[in-house]
Design a protein around this ligand. Structure first.
Ligand code: UFG
Length: 337
């Protein structure tokens, strides 16, 4: 059985990918320092997976702890999620972002190298495309970063290119995520941001359960069909299955890959709000306010390459994303607390 080390395993995408990997027959070792996640996730994973998750509490910036993890488990591949992801916070705390996102990646790869593990799936982001020169973004689109967080992902991508060039035994998947939303169909795990949500869907679900009074729609005068920002939202379980497909590709083809993971469909803020109201039966009061600095008007993925090379495509539509986000938030109004 192939054993996969998941860093950032207790986080939103990590926890869903944990279940998807188990469902696909992989053995999983989860690692997290809970700096932005809850230990309660492990309880929920035990319940959903029918067995106690194998878990190591450690930071990816702790080389000795990583060595101990590789010594205790026979790891075949790593899926590296562990990173900070708030754009605004990244401008205020650049060193914390570089230490965790870049330092943690380098530390993880060094530990892998010391233990002879050279198969890696890396969480990148559509943010590495920067200002759209054309849409949809395909993988050949020029790269640039618009903020500190984006630079941590862009530098991470480049570091891994240099690593692969230095030693072709490395097999790496660079996965560029679009906007993950939704939750596991059970409603037992989902997205639980600390403090005020930065992202749209968790803000909407917190309005729906009464934790926030109204949604602020950042900008109503973009050059988009209804004036609000357009993104490519994909269901987190589709995204999780994209990781399974990417890992299989690395293991079966012995080749690296860089690919988008998105639906190819753009959805505006107001379209998402309407879909959520339908799915939940709750009204979402909103006010249109100023644009959020640094936001792009619109972007979405060209998902062709993932379909052709990985045989992966999204299966869950916007209604399912909203229904599953709502199932999670309504059953867990305070998240994991
Ligand atoms: N939005 C609102 N109100 C909110 C939150 C968001 O109107 O309270 C709007 C945004 O303006 C945008 C859309 O909803 O039009 C989506 O915003 P998110 O914050 O959910 O997602 P972003 O596309 O801005 O952010 C994503 C990733 C980041 C990444 C960024 C790069 O979450 O990790 O893309 O642009 F850095």
């Amino acid at each position: 059985m192939t054993t996969v080390l998941l860093t950032g395993a207790a986080g939103y995408i990590g926890s869903h990918t944990w279940l998807a990997l188990q469902a696909a027959g992989f053995s999983v070792v989860g690692l997290d320092d809970f700096s932005n996640s809850s230990p309660e996730v492990l309880e929920r994973l035990r319940e959903l997976g029918g067995r106690r998750p194998v878990f190591e509490r450690a930071s990816v910036t702790d080389a000795a702890a990583l060595d101990a993890v590789f010594a205790r488990h026979r790891i075949d591949a790593v899926v590296h999620f562990a990173a900070f992801k708030a754009v605004g916070e990244s401008a205020a705390q650049p060193l914390a972002y570089y230490a965790n996102n870049v330092g943690g990646l380098v530390g993880t790869c060094q530990a892998m190298q010391r233990h002879g593990v050279k198969t890696l799936v890396f969480s990148s982001s559509a943010t590495v495309y920067g200002e759209p020169k054309y849409l949809p973004y395909d993988e050949a689109h020029p790269l640039s970063a618009m903020n500190v967080y984006g630079r941590t992902k862009l530098f991470g991508e480049q570091i891994l290119r240099d690593l692969e060039a230095s030693d072709p035994a490395w097999k790496i998947a660079w996965l560029r995520y679009f906007n993950p939303v939704g939750a596991h169909e059970s409603g037992r795990i989902g997205e639980d941001p600390r403090g005020v949500p930065n992202n749209l869907m968790p803000y909407v679900t917190q309005v729906a359960v009464g934790r926030r009074e109204f949604l602020q729609v950042f900008g109503g005068d973009y050059d988009t069909p209804d004036g609000t920002g357009v993104r490519d939202y994909l269901h987190v379980m589709d995204l999780a299955e994209g990781h399974v497909a990417a890992l299989r590709y690395l293991l079966d083809h012995g080749a690296s890959i860089t690919t988008n993971l998105g639906t190819g469909q753009g959805t505006s803020v107001l379209q998402l709000v309407q879909a959520f109201e339908r799915a939940s039966g709750r009204p979402i009061p909103y006010r249109i306010v100023d644009r959020r600095p640094g936001d792009l008007p619109a972007f979405w993925a060209d998902p062709t390459l993932a379909r052709e090379r990985l045989g992966w495509r999204t299966r869950r539509d916007l209604d399912a994303m909203c229904a599953d986000s709502w199932r999670w938030q309504s059953a867990n109004p305070q998240g994991y607390a």
